[in-house]
Design a protein around this ligand. Structure first.
Ligand SMILES: [Zn+2]
Length: 483
């Protein structure tokens, strides 16, 4: 019978009686009595005469916060962190859904509490899109479960279970549940208050700042699936992803943001690095003349180097693969079939304005040549970047073809935007080089996502309020070094 798990509670006319006695059984065994302030745990819920609702809610809430806090300290990568929150932390509270009565206000409050915790650990920028946090990753969101909608889903499915059985037992339960449980089984209908996902995506897209990124993601020239690889793969550190998404959401503390969005009284919105143009995210990530020589070139070269090494391996021009950061491309690699130039100037009979593509590959057997150019433009310049590159090298292609009597010369622009958006030709151009599609996510990782986060963070770090400095610890370092 499991006597040690039993207790008795004495109730007279609906009132719990204070008794010190135990209830004796046979064989000198006794069952302890519950006194007025004790409760008994049944299926994980503390109860006495009735469920101790407010006490229980507090316990469930604390358990959830505790688990999330443990996870945030655990240094998991992004995807693992969010998966763990969803499958280990959130169920600790959703277990009570349908048993304890939670109001929408209470659930929103807890959701807000969780967001604050994410912010404290740099995972979610306080001004980043909240809608995006809860959208699935294949739609560009971060895939966190939202308690309010999980609650609604659970209530609906529990109701369906109890309403779907017509046995006398279930009928009796339904009849008895007159506002007794959160399921309200005696009421025949239930209004589903959840918002459909399409509506949420629509709302995200319609926001002035937050909506810019999802809007561009749907553009004809962007390969959406490939552009979101880093979100699906989740290899970034949570803080890095948080920062990157804040850039995409356009909420980084640039001077443009501070002056025009946050309406702060700062003397100018000009760039802290070059003082020439307004300091916007677009300016910092792709068009500041001071950042260009070092930061942008570094980003560009690391993408080009990834392709260079993989092509050289594939074509048998080198044998051993090096770690990316150790790889230095040779100016010329050759074998019986191929000549591959890195950043080489190509001399032609008639001079042309642009004659130095990032990679030039001659196929001496088939008599063909590929001019490969890499570029990392601002998100909105992705379309223009492609046609510009093609136009830029048309003259060179024409001259080379004539000089060497080649069968064909092609220009292959390889484009990923500063926010990791993959230009639609990149896949076919990569396949044309007989390289694996995985190389794209490697490039995205190396050059754009983390690179941009670093560039923007470093560039816009000069005057930051303490709260933001807390949020981006290395901003703070940068601030002090700038002073
Ligand atoms: Zn600038």
């Amino acid at each position: 019978m499991g006597v040690e798990k039993c207790a008795t509670l004495e109730v007279r006319r609906g009132r719990i009686q204070e008794t010190r006695q135990t209830t004796p059984l046979m064989n000198q065994m006794t069952i302890p009595n519950l006194n007025k302030h004790d409760s008994y745990k049944y299926l994980g819920i503390n109860q006495a005469l009735e469920i101790r609702t407010s006490e229980m809610k507090e316990l469930f809430k604390q358990k959830l916060y505790k688990r999330v806090s443990l996870l945030l300290k655990s240094k998991l990568n992004f995807k693992s962190l969010f998966t763990a929150i969803n499958i280990w932390a959130v169920p600790s509270i959703t277990y009570s859904f349908g048993v304890l009565t939670w109001s929408v206000t209470e659930l929103r409050e807890i959701d807000r509490g969780l967001r604050t915790m994410l912010t404290r650990y740099g995972v979610h920028h306080p001004h980043s899109s909240t809608i995006r946090l809860y959208l699935p990753r294949q739609h560009g969101g971060r895939g966190l479960l939202n308690l309010e909608s999980v609650h609604e889903r659970d209530i609906i499915s529990l109701r369906a279970y109890f309403l779907g059985d017509n046995s006398p037992f279930f009928s009796a339960i339904r009849e008895a549940d007159d506002r007794l449980s959160p399921l309200r089984l005696s009421e025949s209908s239930h209004q589903d208050t959840r918002r459909p996902q399409e509506g949420l995506i629509e709302e995200w897209r319609s926001k002035a700042l937050h909506g810019r990124y999802p809007g561009l993601l749907e553009s004809r020239d962007v390969n959406k699936v490939e552009s979101l690889t880093y979100l699906r793969a989740g290899y970034l550190f949570p803080e890095t992803e948080g920062r990157l998404l804040a850039i995409q959401d356009q909420v980084m503390q640039t001077r443009m943001y501070l002056k025009h969005i946050a309406q702060q009284n700062i003397p100018t919105d000009r760039c802290r690095k070059c003082s020439q143009r307004p300091e916007s995210i677009q300016h910092l990530t792709s068009s500041c003349p001071i950042l260009a020589p070092k930061d942008y070139l570094g980003r560009h070269n690391s993408m080009a180097k990834i392709y260079h090494q993989q092509m050289a391996l594939k074509l048998g021009l080198i044998q051993d693969e090096l770690q990316q950061h150790l790889y230095v491309p040779k100016a010329l690699l050759q074998n019986a079939t191929y000549n591959m130039y890195w950043d080489g100037t190509l001399v032609t009979d008639r001079a042309v304005a642009h004659n130095r593509p990032d990679i030039t590959l001659f196929d001496k057997v088939r008599k063909t040549c590929l001019l490969i150019e890499f570029t990392i433009p601002a998100d909105d310049n992705i379309t223009r970047a492609y046609s510009e590159k093609v136009t830029k090298y048309t003259d060179l292609a024409f001259q080379l073809r004539k000089m060497y009597a080649l069968e064909s010369v092609s220009v292959l622009p390889m484009i990923i935007s500063v926010n990791g958006m993959v230009e639609r030709h990149l896949i076919e151009n990569t396949q044309r080089l007989c390289l694996d599609k995985d190389i794209i996510s490697a490039s995205q990782k190396q050059d754009n996502s983390e690179g941009s986060a670093r560039t923007v963070a470093a560039a816009s770090a000069v005057t930051i309020r303490p709260a933001v400095a807390d949020y981006f610890p290395y901003y703070f370092l940068f601030c002090s070094s700038m002073d």
